[in-house]
Design a protein around this ligand. Structure first.
Ligand SMILES: C[S@@+](CC[C@H](N)C(=O)[O-])C[C@H]1O[C@@H](n2cnc3c(N)ncnc32)[C@H](O)[C@@H]1O
Length: 381
């Protein structure tokens, strides 16, 4: 029913009426004073204010991460003087940053023995301790931020985005471009490994891997995901496929961490190479959304053929239109992939259509604890 509402003339008329009302300054003034509508007016004013000023909040976080403020407060609160020494900021400038971070729940004011103004970790700041994945993404966003300085130039393709250079595989053509070199994959491979805990913990909680014998992780990076799965499932054999410069890193890591386990590493470009045959589970973890439909649709078909009959494909990535986390999909990832030069966030429905076209049946969205970080889709061959 909800899906047909937007075409329903009465609903259209209602929306037009609502927009006219909200667009009227006099009505907005009235609604902000009237006791029954005041809370709605306040909520909308705050949402608009946050949308307008969010870049400042982001830069406060960026400054705290780069100055290692959260690390400095790991063992307890510090006075403003101590923080000013640690951050090498003049006390009055340090106060501006600390108070800004406090208002964003990154820090909290704490009374310390000297009765000088002091700060400790706030609810959100504490969540950044021992969290190299988020810290790495915050630092990475310094690049993305530069690409967003002129969003229209970015949208018109008038700039050479920094993200495109960073993600060396994006928007390349396997025939025209050489595969990325070791130094071009090092930084993103480390970032992906560091941020893997966002994903793997949730996937492990959501899906029973014990029913499988051989799992092939395509675009598996340094093998961080597959090692976590193998550690929990001692009989599972793990295969990783990625670009050659990345599988060199995966091979070293697998040799070091899994000397007594069965594993294989397949260097290759999944757009042009034949996929390894015979796995009963193939995983695409944060891979499909990096690529355009023209790459992903044939990849799904190749995966379908490479799987054993009855085998499964797992897609683990954040989805567009995730209820309660809508801006993460089409706003954040939409602009991110635009800057990167390929890929797009897809909704479950869009992936469902593409998977069906590749021959998969019984395509399910599996519940994860924090869909903002990752969703999981299982499709059966
Ligand atoms: C966003 S990273 C995700 C890595 C890993 N799955 C994770 O979640 O940490 C995407 C991975 O896909 C690999 N990749 C991109 N294009 C590829 C291609 N055409 N063939 C093989 N691997 C590719 C990249 O090298 C990179 O390791």
């Amino acid at each position: 029913m909800a899906a047909v509402l937007p075409n329903y003339p009465f609903y259209d008329r209602y929306l037009a009426f609502r927009d006219r009302l909200t667009g009227d300054a006099g009505f907005r003034r009235w609604a902000s004073r009237f006791f029954l509508t005041r809370w709605i007016a306040r909520r909308h004013a705050k949402a608009l204010f946050d949308l307008n000023t969010g870049f400042v909040y982001t830069q406060v976080l960026q400054a705290c991460v780069r100055l290692e403020v959260f690390e400095a407060l790991r063992n307890g609160p510090l006075s403003l003087t101590q923080l000013s020494l640690r951050t090498e900021l003049a006390p009055e400038k340090c106060r501006v940053l600390m108070r800004a971070a406090e208002s964003l729940r990154l820090l909290e004011t704490r009374s310390i023995q000297s009765h000088e103004e002091g700060f400790g970790l706030g609810f959100l700041g504490a969540a950044l301790i021992d969290n190299p994945g988020v810290l790495g993404m915050v630092r990475h966003h310094a690049l993305f931020y530069q690409d967003l300085v002129d969003p229209i130039a970015l949208l018109r393709g008038e700039t050479e985005p920094r993200l495109k250079q960073y993600w060396a595989y994006s928007g390349t053509d396997p025939v025209q471009h050489e595969s990325p070199k070791a130094q071009e994959v090092a930084s993103y491979s480390e970032l992906m490994s560091a941020s893997q805990p966002f994903v793997v913990d949730q996937v492990l909680d959501a899906y029973p891997f014990h029913r499988h014998q051989v799992i092939l992780d395509i675009g598996g990076g340094e093998g961080t995901f597959i090692r976590s799965v193998m550690e929990l499932h001692p009989r599972l054999e793990g295969w990783v496929m990625d670009l050659p410069a990345v599988t060199e890193r995966a091979e070293l890591a697998m040799k070091r961490a899994m000397p007594d386990r069965a594993w294989r590493v397949f260097p290759g470009d999944f757009r042009s190479a034949i996929l390894p045959q015979g796995a009963d589970l193939i995983t695409l973890v944060r891979v499909a959304h990096d690529h355009d439909d023209a790459v992903v649709q044939p990849l799904f078909s190749k995966i379908f053929s490479a799987l054993l009959p009855g085998g499964r494909l797992m897609i683990a990535e954040p989805l567009a239109k995730t209820p309660g986390a809508e801006p993460m999909g089409n706003a954040y990832f939409g602009m991110f992939f635009l800057a990167m030069g390929s890929g797009r966030p897809r909704s479950f429905d869009e992936l469902h259509t593409m998977l069906t076209q590749a021959g998969f049946t019984s395509i399910q969205l599996v519940k994860t604890a924090i869909p903002l970080q990752t969703s999981v889709i299982i499709a059966i061959r």
